[in-house]
Design a protein around this ligand. Structure first.
Ligand code: COA
Length: 146
């Protein structure tokens, strides 16, 4: 399996928003994704393709010495095949000149928490009732200087 990763484009948005709605209880809107594609110097929206089909996507913010993984998801039919791991490896390599990588995750999201832990992310703090349904968010950080 040899997925490719490229910048997200406006033409990708219908497919991505359909996936986003399927995957998340608080999905980003099409406008939110579109806003990432225009004029934000620090935003890097990416898609991963396999045989020209979008199988994963991510939005990465890179400002100053910080990296924020604002969104990352793998198509439900393509999970547990190592694609999430490949995507994280790519992101951390491409933006490896940053000093710290941050992200937020639901403590109940075992798959994501385990993925991040496997890359050395540690829980920095908890944001109480961060999500609309009242669940807290874990703020996780990885020191990229090590
Ligand atoms: C989290 C997510 C991106 C993982 O993608 P994936 O392609 O299935 O992950 P991989 O196959 O690359 O797995 C890499 C590692 O992550 C962990 N992991 C992934 N899915 C897991 C699961 N269901 N249960 C436990 N650990 C899991 C494991 O440590 C795994 O390594 P292993 O296979 O050697 O055990 C995917 O489940 C997803 O898109 N979830 C919905 C969206 C989401 O929650 N995004 C994160 C928001 S913060």
């Amino acid at each position: 399996m040899n997925p490719t990763i490229r910048p997200m484009t406006m033409e990708d948005l219908d497919a991505i928003v359909a996936l986003e709605k399927r995957i998340f209880t608080e999905p980003w809107s099409k406008n939110s994704f579109a806003a990432e594609l225009v004029g934000k110097k620090y935003s890097f929206p990416l898609v991963m393709e396999l045989d020209e089909k979008i199988v994963a996507y991510a939005v990465v913010w890179h400002f100053f010495d910080e990296l924020h993984i604002a969104n990352i998801a793998v198509h439900p039919d393509y999970r547990r095949m190592g694609l999430g791991k490949k995507f994280m490896e790519y992101i951390l390599e491409k933006f490896g000149d940053a000093e710290f990588a941050f992200l937020e995750v639901r403590p109940s999201n075992t798959a994501a928490v385990k993925l991040y832990q496997s890359f050395g992310f540690k829980v920095l703090s908890t944001r109480k009732h961060y999500y609309h349904d009242g669940e807290d968010a874990l703020v996780m950080v990885k020191d990229l200087r090590k």
